[in-house]
Design a protein around this ligand. Structure first.
Ligand SMILES: Cc1cc2nc3c(=O)[nH]c(=O)nc-3n(C[C@H](O)[C@H](O)[C@H](O)COP(=O)(O)OP(=O)(O)OC[C@H]3O[C@@H](n4cnc5c(N)ncnc54)[C@H](O)[C@@H]3O)c2cc1C
Length: 431
């Protein structure tokens, strides 16, 4: 799978890091924000909601007698795979019927060695295994549980050392950092919103980690929710835009779950006969150069969605390239920025838009950018030129989460902006 090319977003398609480092960075950003209050050592218990608000009862962990009630307009339940809030709301999950126990071993090499690939899957039916580079100075191995081994036996440090030995990883050249057994599953909640409560992250979806997409899907949920909630909270959009959070995201994540499960079925094959058939099939496929590179999935948002109707590109990822303006060169988001990005090739994208609609668009945080050889914004690597040419259009309107609202030519811009404005002013069920 070729994850190594640049993605549409202008960044690397994949990045390896150690998850606690990311969580530390997120926590310090939250703590630095004056609008965030972080409460450690409290557990969410019950949730109730009515026309006006949602109320959550929290209790001090280990001391049920210390209780408090917190009230808000909206609640995001990002409480993980075993989400108590999802359960309390009675939201059912759909299951892809994939299940496998794997031992995950994180270690730090004392003697560093080179590894071939970022992620390597060893499809050996005697012991399926995964090797991952997990950020600077760290490595991970994952080993599937075979039927003749119990979870308890698998989850022992001596088992980890034994299973790593064939790769030359021993206590002499590596330090064991942590080990745990996870049950890999493919699952998604059938509803992602109940009134004022939204599910996000593993509370909403679960997938085997073979594509490395679980946290990525959670980040997409966060982005899809945060732009909606911030527009509603600031009065720039009605609550109706919250309705499509689940419909957009469920379709998207299901495609990724299906792909991760399909990959899991290839990797987790324990039957030697079926494994050798698989190997013969894959070897034959590798003889065809066009099959050598498999692209990672790039699903489209589900509908209903906040996108223009009847547009072939709406709901797919937008484009970001390197640009230059007034001697400053960099990625578009750094040089120009903007929540809602309206970009036209060779023309002023707002040339045919009424002053009133223009003012509305700029008021929701929109930016309008003309990309041309003569400026004001220059396309340094022809990214935009090639992108528009491949899609037969010259204008794109992208959302704050980088998905395309709509595409077209200059004459389509008033229609695109007006349809977005209509979408934002539809009456919502809750206020
Ligand atoms: C072996 C493995 C490898 C993975 N590899 C990758 C990868 O390469 N790439 C990738 O993108 N993803 C990967 N993932 C997936 C990724 O780790 C998860 O998707 C991600 O951590 C989920 O984040 P979350 O915040 O939704 O849930 P969690 O990380 O589960 O966080 C939920 C939090 O809610 C808290 N909580 C729960 N209930 C309550 C309550 N009642 N009150 C208060 N707090 C509560 C919990 O304590 C926890 O801190 C992998 C997962 C595994 C298991």
């Amino acid at each position: 799978m070729n994850w190594n090319r640049s993605a549409e977003s202008g960044w690397a398609n994949t990045n390896g890091f150690y998850q606690p480092d990311l969580e530390e960075a997120l926590e310090s950003m939250a703590l630095a924000s004056p609008t965030v209050e972080l409460r450690r050592g409290w557990s969410a218990a019950s949730v109730t909601q009515d026309e006006d608000a949602v109320t959550i009862t929290v209790s001090r962990t280990g001391d049920e007698s210390r209780r408090e009630q917190l009230q808000a307009r909206w609640l995001i339940a990002a409480d993980g795979a075993n989400s108590g809030i999802r359960e309390q709301l009675g939201i059912e999950s759909a299951d892809s019927n994939f299940e496998a126990d794997w031992l995950v071993v994180d270690y730090q090499p004392i003697v560093d060695r080179d590894w071939d690939a970022f992620v390597t899957q060893y499809c050996d039916p005697a012991q399926p295994a995964t090797a991952v580079k997990s950020g600077p100075g760290r490595r991970r191995f994952e080993f599937m549980r075979r039927a003749d081994v119990t979870v308890e036996e698998l989850n022992r440090p001596e088992t980890a050392w034994r299973l790593m030995r064939p790769w030359g990883v021993t206590s002499e050249n590596a330090r064991l950092e942590r080990h745990a057994v996870y049950t890999f599953r493919g699952r998604w909640a059938k509803e992602w919103r109940r009134g004022r409560v939204f599910l996000a992250g593993d509370a909403a979806h679960l997938m085997p980690p073979f594509l490395g997409q679980g946290l990525c899907a959670g980040l997409r949920d966060a982005r899809a929710l945060s732009w909606r909630l911030s527009m509603v909270a600031s009065g720039r959009a009605s609550t109706s835009i919250l309705d499509s959070y689940g419909t957009e995201r469920i379709t998207h994540v299901r495609e990724i779950i299906d792909e991760a499960v399909a990959l899991g079925q290839i990797i987790c094959e324990l039957d030697p006969v079926r494994a050798s058939e698989r190997d013969a099939r894959m070897s034959a496929e590798l003889n065809d150069p066009s099959d050598l590179t498999v692209e990672p999935p790039q699903p489209r948002l589900g509908v209903p969605s906040v996108t223009a109707t009847g547009d072939d590109h709406a709901g797919t990822l937008s484009v970001q390239g390197r640009v230059e303006s007034d001697g400053v060169a960099g990625l578009f988001d750094d040089v120009v920025g903007g929540c809602w990005q309206l970009i036209a090739l060779g023309e002023d994208p707002l040339a045919e838009v009424s002053p009133e609609l223009r003012e509305w668009f700029l008021g929701i945080g929109g930016t309008a950018t003309q990309i041309a050889d003569s400026g004001p914004i220059r396309d340094l690597d022809d990214t935009y030129h090639d992108w528009f040419e491949a899609r037969g259009c010259s204008v794109v309107l992208s959302r704050p989460d980088f998905y395309i609202y709509g595409t077209g030519v200059l004459a389509d811009v008033p229609r695109l902006l007006q349809s977005l404005r209509d979408e934002f002013s539809k009456e919502g069920a809750l206020q």
